[in-house]
Design a protein around this ligand. Structure first.
Ligand code: SF4
Length: 189
């Protein structure tokens, strides 16, 4: 096991035809679009709710708490940055109230196109927002689905808690690690 040291993963540029997407109205919130980060052709694709900030107030790149906790768990189960690509249900971070269901439904189409281009081996949805949006079912949650694999949109998919939830509730860390161990076992088998 290598010593843990979080790194800034490279950002994948938004495709030219979507750089100015205004389909869902989130452009009015003033946050920039983040298409994804990590290895764009990685076998494991993580789906989060929306991008966190990649730059601080002085516009310098930094590693937010979500990335820090996620990378720590990956390191603990032997996965590397090369194995992972991270993307989002929404490609922009909302900063005020918005129509959640409609917005997620619109931007999910971009996610499905992304998947069909990348064809990952495994998908991991982190947190209830990502899970419910990706599974298109508001009744499901991490607690009831974690620890097993499901075929969603044609891809082998599993779920785990959102890294920020794990930071806020340290008692979730061992569940988070158990889930990442399961993912690593599936991947390395
Ligand atoms: S969040 Fe998605 S649908 Fe909304 S503007 Fe960005 S890419 Fe378009």
């Amino acid at each position: 096991m290598t010593e843990f040291c979080p790194t800034i993963w490279p950002e994948e540029q938004t495709p030219d035809q979507l750089k100015h997407c205004r389909d869902c109205g989130l452009y009015q919130h003033g946050t920039r679009m983040v298409w994804g980060e990590g290895n764009p052709m990685a076998p494991i694709l993580i789906v989060l709710d929306n991008p966190g900030a990649r730059e601080d107030r002085e516009n310098k790149p930094y590693i937010c708490g979500t990335r820090h906790t996620l990378q720590r768990a990956l390191n603990e189960v032997g996965l590397t940055a090369n194995d992972i690509y991270v993307t989002y249900i929404l490609k922009r971070r909302p900063t005020k109230a918005y129509d959640k269901n409609r917005t997620r439904e619109i931007c999910r189409n971009h996610l499905i196109e992304q998947l069909n281009e990348k064809t990952p081996q495994l998908i991991v949805c982190l947190g209830n927002v990502a899970v419910q949006s990706f599974f298109q079912n508001s009744e499901v949650d991490v607690k009831s689905l974690r620890g097993s694999f499901h075929t969603i949109h044609g891809y082998e998919t599993t779920v785990a808690y959102h890294p920020l939830a794990v930071r806020r509730r340290p008692n979730l860390w061992h569940y988070f690690i158990d889930d990442w161990k399961l993912i690593a076992e599936r991947y390395f088998k």
